[in-house]
Design a protein around this ligand. Structure first.
Ligand SMILES: [Fe+2]
Ligand SMILES: [Fe+2]
Length: 306
């Protein structure tokens, strides 16, 4: 059955409960065949607004109270990475807006900044309503949930991403740094790591019959936002490579080669049962991540077989 992208594009939070994540992600593949303009992506953002406050986590809270220790640990592991990650990408996007080479790109990136802030608030509300916390404010909550050390994750979110953002902030005219930053932010972090994690968590919930939960609906809305961000990233890099392959392809390739071990490091759970208990395997997840990455790279017009 053909995927009705228009219906998914306009679905409300409630309707997102009936939608499969793979169908949401097919927006990216459609975009690859027929790339939307930056203003098309902006207009999609206008019709895809949603409010964290509209989500009801009472069934999620009930599930949490009935869940066992392993279930909780697995959920907390994943949601810590996401909550903290969403805050980190909110904090580092502003220099990309400064460095935007055209007003259309600047406008799209401004919408993305709002999205990332909303994703952070989504996890904050989930934490308050489902897990419960004594934290007085978000600073305290973020300090409390800061993920257990994972080398790949720390290198990406506390070293590479802020240092690239800093380079852009120091010199917004540094277009090479912009291309490196988009490769890191949109292709490595969003397209490869975040969407893979989201896909497996949402699929697991669907397999367990939990699609009416607030988390399923909200996280599907997050994934729909991310698919717009990823399409934007592909377009930026595709345009750059078409314009000057000699100059830009090596920057993208080198960034990816350096980040590949960080991708598998980030997706690697401290306990393999966080994945196997839920009917999946780590190799299945890594295969999905690298296949998605390869699809994006083909669209951009480069390959990694160097
Ligand atoms: Fe996000
Ligand atoms: Fe994003």
């Amino acid at each position: 059955m053909a995927v009705d992208l228009e219906r998914i594009g306009r679905a409300s939070l409630k309707e997102l409960g009936d939608i499969r994540i793979d169908d949401v992600l097919s927006f990216i593949d459609r975009g690859i065949e027929n790339m939307p303009s930056y203003m098309d992506l902006y207009r999609r953002w206008e019709v895809q607004q949603w409010a964290v406050a509209d989500l009801d986590f009472s069934l999620d809270r009930q599930d949490w109270l009935e869940s066992d220790d392993l279930d909780r640990k697995a959920t907390l592991w994943s949601h810590r990475l996401f909550f903290n990650g969403e805050e980190r990408v909110t904090a580092t996007l502003a220099p990309f807006v400064w460095a935007a080479p055209t007003p259309e790109i600047e406008i799209f990136l401004s919408t993305q900044m709002v999205d990332e802030a909303r994703h952070t608030v989504f996890f904050e509300k989930w934490w308050h309503d489902v897990v419960g916390t004594e934290a007085r404010d978000m600073t305290q909550l973020l300090a409390e949930i800061r993920p257990e050390a994972n080398e790949g994750y720390n290198a990406l979110f506390y070293d590479r991403l802020p240092s690239t953002a800093q380079r852009l902030a120091s010199n917004p005219k540094d277009f090479d740094a912009f291309i490196e930053g988009v490769t890191l932010y949109h292709i490595v972090i969003e397209a490869t790591i975040a969407l893979t994690g989201q896909r497996f968590e949402l699929e697991t919930m669907r397999e367990q019959g939990l699609t009416d939960r607030g988390f399923y609906r909200g996280f599907t809305a997050v994934a729909r936002d991310e698919s717009r961000h990823v399409n934007f990233g592909i377009k930026i890099l595709q345009d750059a490579v078409r314009e000057d392959p000699q100059r830009f392809a090596p920057i993208i390739q080198q960034t990816l080669v350096e980040c590949l071990p960080l991708i598998s490091g980030t997706l690697d759970p401290p306990d393999p049962r966080y994945i196997t208990e839920f009917g999946h395997t780590e190799s299945e997840i890594l295969t999905f991540a690298f296949e998605s990455l390869n699809k994006r790279l083909r669209a951009i017009g480069i390959n990694l077989a160097a």
